[in-house]
Design a protein around this ligand. Structure first.
Ligand SMILES: Cc1cc2nc3c(=O)[nH]c(=O)nc-3n(C[C@H](O)[C@H](O)[C@H](O)COP(=O)(O)OP(=O)(O)OC[C@H]3O[C@@H](n4cnc5c(N)ncnc54)[C@H](O)[C@@H]3O)c2cc1C
Length: 392
């Protein structure tokens, strides 16, 4: 392992890998990525990795839109195998939220996103498994789908390595070294490494390292759960991805005729956990509740086979939006953290934006000032104007 580097990234999740690739592509210098366990050990390796552009704010919709273009051609742009499966995405809301849904759809259409309101009959034509109640409304985003999360990380890391970046797994950063309000390096379980540029992509662990140098990052580690079900005989093999706000669940097809499903009702969002010691199993009550809700939307799933599930982590900020910024008061320190359960789909844009911020002094592709760190103390949290909920 190098003892000095130009740019040091802490955290080998999707953000660390994307930023490493973006920096290496621009020939930024000697890049070192330190990961305390293995690439994808945090949220990224367990992610549903649904790629949709359906958001309530133009900034996040545009970041997702630009990122989708990369995921669609990931093999050509980055290397490795193709990663994207297009399924289309339905957002379903209760009738009382129809106007909010229509407003969001109109905003997204204004950005060039292929989305439209659909009737129950039209939705059944797109996914024969679905049932919509009379008091529910839906829209359809044709371009959405999901990616293979571990393949994305692997391909970005491989491509960054080919451009000279070094990835070290099993190396934990224990402490940041700051001299005269400037980054000087880090202390790890394998010794000290000197650097003048540090990027934190530490996911649910984000608050820890800055706290010891006097910076309070408002990022909480919270548990979330995933349930897996095998489709029964007789159901259409073809399935769309759903953000089912009427029932507070999301689900998507996955390998082996399985459905990956989880909650979007935020039941565990206020329970802060220790990201090194949390329950990685799924609760029986959770599996039962998701199965019931899924079966109301997909009646064929009443006969499905449960395949268990798992516990994972979200890194949640007070407004459920990430922080893309410098760390205040420490020159040379940056953070891309707090993706609050919906970061995977933005990761290509995050890599590009952070490379611009670090190398050019300013993120130019989009105005990301709403995602600044100081918004929390300025009481300028991002407000979602027409929200029926948050979806990962
Ligand atoms: C179950 C689940 C489903 C999701 N579904 C979706 C979805 O459908 N669509 C979507 O867009 N997003 C989704 N998300 C969110 C998305 O996966 C995350 O926003 C994204 O993966 C965050 O990536 P990250 O790189 O910031 O963090 P992480 O992947 O958590 O990576 C952080 C890494 O930092 C390492 N680390 C921490 N501290 C240190 C240290 N001191 N030294 C060295 N290494 C350290 C950790 O080991 C970890 O590997 C989902 C998340 C979960 C958990």
């Amino acid at each position: 392992m190098q003892q000095t580097c130009d740019l040091l990234i802490v955290g080998g999740g999707v953000m660390g890998c994307s930023i490493a690739h973006a920096l290496a592509t621009r020939g930024a210098g000697k890049i070192l990525i330190l990961e305390k366990r293995y690439l994808g050990a945090g949220s990224s390796g367990k992610s549903g990795a649904i790629i949709r552009q359906h958001y309530s704010t133009p900034l996040t919709a545009r970041m997702a839109q630009a990122s989708l273009r990369t995921f669609e051609r990931f093999d050509e742009i980055v290397g490795g195998p193709p990663v994207f499966t297009r399924t289309g995405l339905a957002i379903v809301v209760a009738e009382k939220d129809r106007a909010a849904l229509e407003t969001n759809v109109a905003m997204q259409q204004g950005l060039g996103i292929q989305t439209k309101m659909v009737s129950a009959g039209e939705l059944m034509g797109l996914d024969a498994n679905v049932h919509l109640e009379a008091d529910e409304a839906a829209c359809w985003e044709a371009e959405a789908g999901y990616v293979e999360a571990p393949v994305v990380l692997n391909s970005w890391a491989e491509a960054a390595r080919r451009k000279g970046a070094e990835f070290c797994e099993g190396v934990e950063v224990l402490k940041l070294h700051v001299e005269k309000q400037r980054v000087a390096g880090v202390e790890t379980n394998e010794g000290v490494i000197a650097t003048r540029t540090l990027i934190l992509t530490t996911g649910p662990w984000a608050a820890r390292l800055p706290q010891a140098v006097g910076v309070k990052l408002p990022v909480n580690a919270c548990r979330t759960q995933v349930a897996l079900f095998r489709k029964p005989v007789g159901m259409s093999r073809r399935s769309a991805t759903f953000g089912d706000f009427a029932q507070g669940i999301y689900f998507k097809p996955t390998h082996g005729d399985m459905i990956h499903a989880g909650s979007i009702a935020g039941e565990e969002a206020n329970d802060v956990v220790d990201p090194d010691h949390y329950n990685e199993a799924a609760d029986d009550a959770f599996l039962k509740s998701i199965r019931e809700r899924l079966s109301r939307r997909y009646p064929g799933m009443y006969r499905c086979h449960g395949r268990g599930g798992y516990g994972a982590l979200y890194a949640i900020t007070p407004d459920w939006h990430p922080i893309l910024d410098r760390l205040p008061g420490i020159e040379g320190a940056y953070a891309a953290v707090g993706f609050s359960g919906h970061g995977f789909k933005m990761s290509p844009s995050v890599g590009q934006l952070m490379a611009e911020l670090i190398l050019d002094g300013q993120a130019a592709s989009f105005d990301v000032s709403p995602l600044r760190f100081s918004r929390f103390e300025e009481n300028a949290l991002i407000k979602v104007p027409h929200s029926y909920g948050v979806m990962g």
